[in-house]
Write a protein that binds this ligand. Structure first.
Ligand SMILES: Nc1ncnc2c1ncn2[C@@H]1O[C@H](COP(=O)(O)OP(=O)(O)OP(=O)(O)O)[C@@H](O)[C@H]1O
Ligand SMILES: Nc1nc2c(c(=O)[nH]1)N=C(CO)CN2
Length: 153
């Protein structure tokens, strides 16, 4: 919020220290127009790739622990937050559990996800929709979803 880019860097640092998780690559950071509740500052978004021995729910628990350690307060859905860590894909697995859906159910509608994701894995195929990340990105409108690469810092 004050320094969203710094929060993202810190989240990545904490992710790289997670036991049972090996961080491989991180995308560029992007300033992104707020989607959903629009009367708020632009977000900073990025995507990370790793390999893990953690089961999906264990991974989610660890991400939520990082969020709360970083002082996340849940004010209201889609409002400002210090940090938000979502699981986008888990290999090519489809997970539908109470409280956890993978692939993330909104990812294909969100340019703020697809643009950084496309930097890392353009050819990754969405296991439910059956098309690649690059194809998903080409298919959605830019209307109200501006995304600008962070070029400095
Ligand atoms: N793939 C996923 N990654 C992270 N959380 C998920 C996923 N699928 C379901 N959830 C659930 O979503 C719940 C709400 O998450 P959160 O409060 O971060 O939502 P949000 O950030 O407002 O919206 P969004 O999830 O659309 O980005 C979490 O408690 C978690 O149980
Ligand atoms: N640009 C942008 N908009 C959002 C974001 C986000 O990460 N970036 N997250 C949301 C809920 O998780 C809602 N809207």
């Amino acid at each position: 919020m004050n320094n969203p880019h710094r929060m993202c860097e810190e989240a990545v640092e904490r992710l790289s220290g997670l036991e049972g998780f090996q961080l491989k690559r991180v995308s560029s950071w992007y300033f992104t127009e707020p989607v959903g509740y629009r009367e708020q500052a632009w977000f900073v978004n990025g995507v990370a790739e790793g390999s893990t021995l953690l089961a999906p729910l264990q991974l989610l628990e660890n991400l939520q622990k990082i969020e709360s350690e970083m002082g996340r307060v849940r004010d209201f859905k889609w409002g400002p937050r210090t940090v938000d860590l979502d699981i986008l894909f888990y290999g090519d697995e489809i997970v539908e559990l109470p409280g956890l859906t993978i692939p993330h159910p909104e990812l294909h509608r969100r340019r703020f996800v697809l643009v950084p994701l496309c930097e890392l894995v353009p050819e990754l195929r969405h296991p439910v929709l059956g098309i690649t990340v690059k194809e998903l990105l080409t298919g959605i409108s830019e209307e109200g979803q501006e995304v600008r690469k962070v070029e400095y810092l």
